[in-house]
Design a protein around this ligand. Structure first.
Ligand code: FAD
Length: 286
């Protein structure tokens, strides 16, 4: 009964999966295995990240096209303002629209070393895209505040500007405390931000990389998470994956109970953990 109750609570779940363009042949194989494994879960879309240099831009476009062609799942390219002029962005947006792309994740972008700021911010990009065509646009949000923002209120007003410019959803930076997400969702609602706030779930497979990345992005790694990996052999990947799945499942279960129905997975091009978590959330391959 307990299982039936929890499964019925978990109806109407929508998921999306994020990938990055592969840089080697081996990574390419891993990516396409993952895409094929996750596609039957019928995600709302699969998104593909976008790097600062032009080579990576083409790779994003190639992966997006191939996802749509081979799986029938909608693919959403990420697009950033770093190192691109307004005219270039307009041209990229037109090309995407003509290629049948209807959803874009619009970002300012990670600043390359030595670059202090960009001419355009994500809110400007959302407005620019909406001028080109009626894209369905998701933006980024930061429950623990973006590292460059002077304070939380400034960052929240920035999110509001992105909503007012025409975004329909915000995907959050990853986090490890469900309360952090829930409080942020409340703050956004109280600020009148009319966006679906979607938790970004990072199923952890590599603890060391996670700690480094969390430090760069202002994400708190709680003491209990450090303790969980303490004393575990570096090469014990099986136990590491089981811990990662357990952490993400606990968190998604709490969020689902709190009414969250959309989840975005930072897959890092792997499928095992995301697949298992989706299964736990009640999704079945069709
Ligand atoms: P913005 O919303 O523009 O905000 C950036 C910072 O500037 C914030 O601190 C904000 O408060 C501040 N700000 C906004 N407007 C102004 C203004 N007018 N004046 C002064 N300050 C201002 N990066 C990539 O390079 N490629 C990707 O594919 C990618 N995908 C991502 C996907 C998700 C779901 C998330 C959460 C992040 C992703 N990132 C990606 C990282 C992202 O690009 C960085 O976090 C970047 O530093 C901020 O992008 P943003 O869109 O949130 O920027």
């Amino acid at each position: 009964d307990a299982l039936n109750n929890s499964l019925s609570e978990l109806r109407n779940i929508n998921v999306s999966f994020e990938f990055f363009p592969p840089r080697t042949e081996q990574m390419e194989t891993t990516l396409w295995n993952s895409v094929q494994r996750l596609a039957p879960l019928k995600p709302a879309y699969m998104s593909v990240t976008y790097g600062a240099n032009s080579g990576e831009r083409d790779r994003t476009h190639d992966v997006v096209k191939r996802i749509q062609a081979e799986t029938g799942v909608a693919a959403a390219p990420h697009l950033t303002c770093v190192d691109a002029t307004r005219d270039e962005l307009v041209q990229i947006a037109r090309d995407y629209w003509q290629a049948g792309i209807r959803k874009i994740v619009a970002l300012r972008g990670d600043l390359p070393a030595g670059v202090a700021k960009t001419d355009l911010y994500a809110a400007d990009l959302v407005a620019l895209l909406k001028e080109v065509a009626d894209f369905d646009i998701a933006v980024a949000a930061y429950p623990e505040i973006h590292p460059e923002a002077p304070n939380g209120q400034f960052d929240l007003l920035n999110l509001k500007r992105k909503a007012e410019a025409g975004a329909s959803a915000a995907i959050t930076q990853f986090f490890f405390d469900a309360e952090v997400f829930l409080r942020f969702r409340d703050r956004a609602a109280a600020a009148g931000i009319d966006l679906e706030i979607i938790p970004g779930i990072l199923p952890v497979t590599n603890y060391n990389t996670l700690v480094r990345f969390a430090g760069m992005t202002n994400v708190n790694v709680p003491g209990w998470l450090h303790r969980m990996y303490d004393g575990l052999a570096d090469n014990d990947q099986t136990t590491r994956n089981l811990l990662g799945a357990s952490i993400a499942m606990d968190m998604t279960r709490i969020l689902a109970k709190e009414g969250v129905r959309n989840f975005h997975f930072y897959t890092l091009n792997r499928c095992e953990l995301s697949y298992a978590i989706c299964h736990m959330l009640g999704l079945r391959a069709t």
